[in-house]
Design a protein around this ligand. Sequence first.
Ligand code: ADP
Ligand code: MG
Length: 381
Amino acid sequence: MERTLRTLHIEGSRTDTELVRAVLSRSSMAEFVVEAVSTLGDGLRRLADDEDGFDVIVLDLHLPDAEGLTTFTRAAAAAGAVPIVVCTGSGDESLGITAVEHGAQDFVVKWSSDPESLGRTLLYAVQRSRQLAELQRHLVESTDAGDRLAATNAAIREFLAMVVHEIRTPITVISGYAGLLRDAPGTFTPAEQADSLSTILLQTERLRRLTDTLLTHEGLEAGAVQAQPEEVCVVEAIDTALAAAGPAAVDFKVSCDPGFTARVDPAHLQQALVNYATNALKYGAEPFTVAVIEEGGGDEGDRKIVIRVIDGGDGVPEEFVPRLFGRFARSDAARSRKGVHGTGLGLSIVAGLLHANAGDAWYEPGEPRGSRFCLRIPSGH
Ligand SMILES: Nc1ncnc2c1ncn2[C@@H]1O[C@H](COP(=O)(O)OP(=O)(O)O)[C@@H](O)[C@H]1O
Ligand SMILES: [Mg+2]
């Protein structure tokens, strides 16, 4: 067995510490070198002064100095790229599921697992997080044109790693809640039951959006996306897109002359606006605005509609701007936000769709701060 996995076990109960040590020492998945601490404080200190780095963290969510989801969020902030597998008591599975929604790699229930399944869970957690790290490295390296084939292979692997990661979290959450609702319906109040079902629907919706994104991406890559331009009322298109971007989008103020029309494929404009708006809500902050102007001289054919989706958040770091509309591009800040999910395909799709519609897409820093994501399309009439 070649794999040695340095494991930090943060666990309040001595019995459980010994149990996990014993279970992992019998695992054939890898050689686990386990270091155990009994409080979150000790765990955070260990993470801060560990130079070689742990491969994986096993985190009990009930500790003497921290309780519940907070335990995870505090550990995650100190863990950086080290994957965290949380453990909960039986009867407490929904907490484990919530932690996965917030970015934990996985959860285990104490101690329903045999040595192989605990070992496997940890090994897979490590492998997935390494694939993602490699993916990020390839992104930077694969711009070297001299190494086309390697870059293509790397791009395919990157893509698969990203897809697996994006699909796995919703599946874990959906199957977790569905299992609980079936097996232990009595433990839920009616309100909790409704909440769990809403979460299931939300995660299903996330999977649906993901498959839509992948299909559009694939279509654009294959050159198969053709625009069917129509005369579109701009303010109506914006209102529809904001409604589709979710309930939080009511915070957007729209400034648009109701007479503006554009000549564009309505579905493509929708998708571009939804991507911009959901990004503003995910990565930006108030105030949220959509501002529309018409540009161009006296010649009717040259008139253009410019739509800016503006937020007052941190904006995009200057060094990241050149890659912003490239595929798989996500800033370090976006990646390290636990619980904020993404493929890094949204903006490359926006750019591809705008190109197919004789338009263009670009970024401008906000004034005095924040982001302005812009697009330009031909005017109607
Ligand atoms: N409004 C915004 N404010 C700050 N950063 C943003 C904003 N919109 C997008 N970004 C950055 O651009 C990246 C790429 O966005 P996108 O292609 O939509 O991918 P995803 O949303 O899947 O991360 C994001 O990960 C984030 O780093
Ligand atoms: Mg996005």
